[in-house]
Ligand binder design. Structure first.
Ligand code: IMP
Length: 199
């Protein structure tokens, strides 16, 4: 039988990141009944895999097993071409335990200076995984390309948004209206693929 996600299904969103949870809710546009792993008090598993896809599957499976609900997880991050794809899957970890993204953005800038980089090309990736408790899982990946700008601009969004200017726009993600970011983000592009696979 083909896997399907029926409208109105209760889904646990396997994240403790409020920025991500908000964007996923915006992108899902009321299609499902959502509860977050944070709200259910589920533990946050260690992200021990080496790819976005691997970590998204790991988080979705852990949340599905712990809650008995179908789980949706996003593993995402910023990759910088001149830094060989760093911080990549370590994007959250570059901000340290206090989740200081001002420091993380400064670290990206310092690493680019140290490397003498002239190319500031970067991209965001989002792997979205859906896992059924005790059952199968599906995972897809979306990407948006752009350029890094310093100093950071804008106070919308979250994480590295203030230093990321998507291709074709003069504003950073940190300066965009939420609906504009949601129309082109890596997360939205991954969700389009998920829709094609499951809805
Ligand atoms: P993780 O998927 O929980 O490992 O964390 C992903 C990290 O990547 C976030 O904490 C952000 O730092 C960064 N990130 C992912 N998506 C975005 C985005 O849309 N804007 C800005 N930063 C992002």
């Amino acid at each position: 039988m083909a896997l399907r996600l029926e409208p109105g299904t209760k889904l646990v969103v396997a994240t403790h990141n409020p920025g991500k949870a908000r964007e996923l809710a915006e992108i899902l546009e009321g299609r499902f009944e959502l509860v977050t792993a944070g709200e259910l008090g589920l533990p946050e598993p260690d992200e021990t895999e080496t790819t976005f896809v691997g970590n998204a599957l790991l988080k979705a499976r852990a949340a599905a097993e712990a809650s008995g609900l179908i789980a949706l997880a996003d593993d995402s991050g910023l990759s910088v071409a001149a830094l060989d794809g760093a911080p990549g899957i370590y994007s959250a970890r570059w901000a340290g335990p206090s989740k200081d993204f001002t420091a993380a953005m400064r670290k990206v800038e310092e690493r680019l200076e140290e490397a003498g980089a002239e190319d500031f090309a970067a991209w965001f990736t989002s792997a979205l995984a859906v896992a059924w408790p005790g059952g199968p899982a599906v995972v897809v990946e979306g990407r948006v390309d752009g350029t890094l700008v310093f100093p950071p601009r804008g106070d919308r969004g979250f994480g590295y948004d203030p230093i990321f200017r998507p291709e074709g726009l003069s504003h950073t993600f940190g300066e965009l209206e939420p609906a504009a970011k949601d129309g082109m983000s890596h997360r939205a592009r991954a969700f389009e693929k998920l829709k094609a696979a499951l809805l």
